[in-house]
Write a protein that binds this ligand. Structure first.
Ligand code: FES
Ligand code: FE2
Length: 383
């Protein structure tokens, strides 16, 4: 993050601290609970997620030529692979012979992608290279049997894929003015520590909602988060359809006695971004967390979260591993024991049909913006 942005954010925080205020939306926002329960709405949202550039993670997930990852979270089987030329490409993870998935999980391909069924083999750029007993396909257009390519882009350490459609990805356009800020973090040099998968019995948007206001810190996170962060104090900024929510740590007051040009605001905040439509990207003081959130099983009340930890330095010894393992455990424990049970309870209430609407206070501007942006993208409006 550029120094001038850091100074600006810190000054806003100090003003709020002095005035006992927080960033406010213009008005209270009302949302019908059907936003979280309606199956048709969920189908529209899934369509939206599939049609947008989705963050697959940082470059560190596939750092070397031949490294690959797969992703089935949108219902589209996606294979992302770094070619021998270093370029990241994405394909539908399906053999052009009989449709078998070519690879699973994450890993490394030494030479070619070999189908496990009859060994059709593809080059890492998707071209069909080998067909055993090729003469059996005489008269069939094997030349058109390259893997189906999906729009993909790697920029500043971020890997994007559009699961459906052919429009190329322009990260500058998608990030709506955040591209320079993301470039400034230097994510291309980060390392992937670990990914954890959490299944949740609630709507995918409720999971994202939990990140978008510190109003609940003093109550729900009395003993975990509240001692570290100021409750009910955040800054909010919109960037196109993306957002940035700045959550100051209590230690930020130390900066007041130091010259502004030396302020390291990242050390004293958690910066929460929502990268439209479904990624929560948290810049923590000393690492980055990517929370990839997806609806699951075509259900409005089931979701999956993939939490990825990235560190600026590689984790190479037991001491560092112990540190990051404890760090990740604490994060997962907090959401699993505090945030997510509350969200799952709310989902049960919504399902019961006993509540028509929910309200987002003026002090929850990031939350209201996220819900409004998703609603608007699928043609719904909110009060
Ligand atoms: S399905 Fe892939 S080679 Fe037959
Ligand atoms: Fe929380």
């Amino acid at each position: 993050m550029y120094p001038e942005t850091q100074i600006d954010l810190a000054r806003q925080v100090f003003d709020h601290l002095d005035a006992h205020t927080t960033a406010l939306a213009d008005a209270v926002t009302i949302n019908p609970v059907t936003a979280y329960t309606c199956p048709e709405r969920l189908a529209q949202e899934l369509e939206l997620i599939r049609s947008e550039p989705i963050l697959m993670g940082l470059s560190a997930k596939i750092p070397k030529a031949g490294d690959y990852l797969t992703d089935n979270n949108t219902g589209i089987p996606i294979l992302v692979v770094r070619g021998h030329d270093g370029t990241v490409r994405a394909f539908v993870n399906a053999c052009r012979h009989r449709g078998t998935m070519l690879v699973s999980g994450e890993g490394h391909i030494r030479n070619r992608i070999v189908c496990p069924y009859h060994a059709w083999s593809y080059d890492l750029d998707g071209g069909l290279a080998v067909v055993p007993h090729k003469d059996a396909f005489e008269g069939f257009d094997l030349a058109s049997c390259q893997l189906k390519a999906l729009p993909a882009c790697e920029r500043d350490g971020l890997i994007w894929v559009r699961p459906t459609g052919e429009a190329p990805i322009d990260p500058d356009d998608h990030l709506g003015g955040l591209a320079d800020e993301f470039q400034s973090y230097g994510f291309a040099g980060y390392h992937h520590y670990k990914t954890r998968r959490i299944a949740c019995a609630m709507n995918w948007k409720i999971i994202i909602d939990t990140f978008l206001e510190p109003y609940h810190f003093a109550v729900l996170h009395r003993e975990t988060v509240a001692p570290i962060f100021f409750p009910n104090l955040c800054l909010f900024d919109a960037f196109g359809r993306n957002l940035r929510e700045t959550l100051p740590r209590r230690t930020i007051v130390e900066l007041r006695s130091q010259p502004p040009e030396t302020w390291d605001v990242i050390k004293h905040t958690a910066i929460v971004y929502v990268l439209f439509p479904n990624t929560v990207f948290v810049m923590q003081a000393d690492h980055a967390e990517v929370w990839r959130v997806f609806p699951c099983n075509d259900r409005s009340d089931q979701s999956v979260v993939l939490l990825e930890f990235y560190t600026p330095e590689p984790v190479t010894n037991d001491k560092a591993r112990g540190h990051w393992e404890r760090n990740m455990d604490l994060v997962v424990r907090t959401v699993e024991q505090e945030d997510f049970p509350t969200g799952e309870d709310a989902q049960r209430v919504y399902k019961s049909g006993t509540l028509d609407t929910v309200a987002y206070g003026k002090n929850e501007p990031a939350l209201a913006f996220f819900e409004k942006t998703i609603a608007a993208a699928i043609g719904h409006s909110m009060g």
